[in-house]
Design a protein around this ligand. Sequence first.
Ligand code: SAM
Length: 317
Amino acid sequence: MTTDVDAAVAAGYVEFADREARGVSPAYERLAHAVARDGRLLALLGTVPAAKRQPNLLFAVVRLLGGPVEDPAAFGEFAAAHWPAVAAQLRTRATQTNEAGRCAALLPVLATLPQPLALLEVGASAGLCLYPDRYSYRYGDHRIGDGEPVLDCALTGVAPPARRPEVVWRAGLDLNPLDVTDPADAAWLDALVWPEHTHRRARLRAASTVAAADPPLLVRGDLVDDLPALAARAPAGATLVVFHTSVLYLVPAPRRAAFADLVRTLPGHWLANETPEVLGHGALPEPPDGTLHNVLALDGTPLAWTRPHGQAVTWFA
Ligand SMILES: C[S@@+](CC[C@H](N)C(=O)[O-])C[C@H]1O[C@@H](n2cnc3c(N)ncnc32)[C@H](O)[C@@H]1O
C-alpha cells in the first residue's frame, strides 16, 4: 500500500534526480528514480525522521557502508538487507559536504575587502572553505597561486581577482564540526562526494592536507546562539568576514531570519553564498541556465549566480 509519506518521499527523490543529479551524476540520477519506484525502500525511509530521508544522505550512507551505487537493483537489495545499519547511520550522520571549490566563488569578493581578513565561517563542516588564501585558482587563462588544490572557475561579468586575500585568523562554527584528521570523519566526507566526481575527491584530499597542516579553530555551536562569542575572538586590526556557503537551506526560516538580523549587527562584512530562496533577495536576474545556482551576496546585496561547487560565477549585469 502506498502512503502519503511514501508518495512525498518518492516525489523528493524524483526532484533530486531531475534537478540535482541529471547531467551531474548518472549513477545518482538512476538510483533516485529507482528509489522513487521501490515501495519497500520508501516504506523503510518512512521509519526515519523526515530530515533523514534525503537522497544525498541515503546514498552517502550506503557508500560509507561499502554498498553498491552503480546498479540500482543491487543498491536496493543492499539497503534493505542492511537496513538497521543504514538507519543507524542516517540518524547519526548529516549532509556535511565540504567543498573547497566554493572558495573560487568567494575569492572575487574576498580579494576586494580591506586586508588583512579575519574569516569566520558558519556551517563550516571541516573548515575547508577557510583557506581561500592557500588554494590556487584558474579563472580561464588567469592563474592565481600555485600548488594544490587548483580550483577551476568559469567567471563571467567581472574581472578575475588579482590576488589571494591575506588571512590572519580563521574560525568555523558548526553544529557538528568534522575533523579531517579523524579517519571516520574523513571517510564520511569522502562518501559525500558523488561517485563519478573523482576530481572532487582529489580536491577534497588536497584541501584536507592543507587544513591538516594548519588546522582552523572549529567550534561546536549554532550560527545564531554562538556567533557573537566567536566573532568577539577575532583579532582587532583585521576585517571580520562572516561567511557561509550552502548552509541556510538546512536552517529553519525563523532561525535564518534571526541569523540575518544578528550578522548585520557585527562589525566587518557578511558574505553569503546560498540558494536564492533562503535570504529572500527579491527580484534577481534570470539564472544562466536551469541548473541549481546559489546567489553570492555581500552585506545583503546580491552580486552573482554561482554554481554549487564553485565551478562557475556569473556576475549580475
Ligand atoms: C552542506 S554543509 C556545507 C559546508 C561548507 N559551508 C561548504 O560549503 O563546504 C552545511 C553545514 O552547515 C552546518 N549547519 C547546519 N545548521 C547549522 C546551524 N544552525 N548552526 C551551525 N552550523 C549548521 C551543518 O552541520 C553542515 O556542516
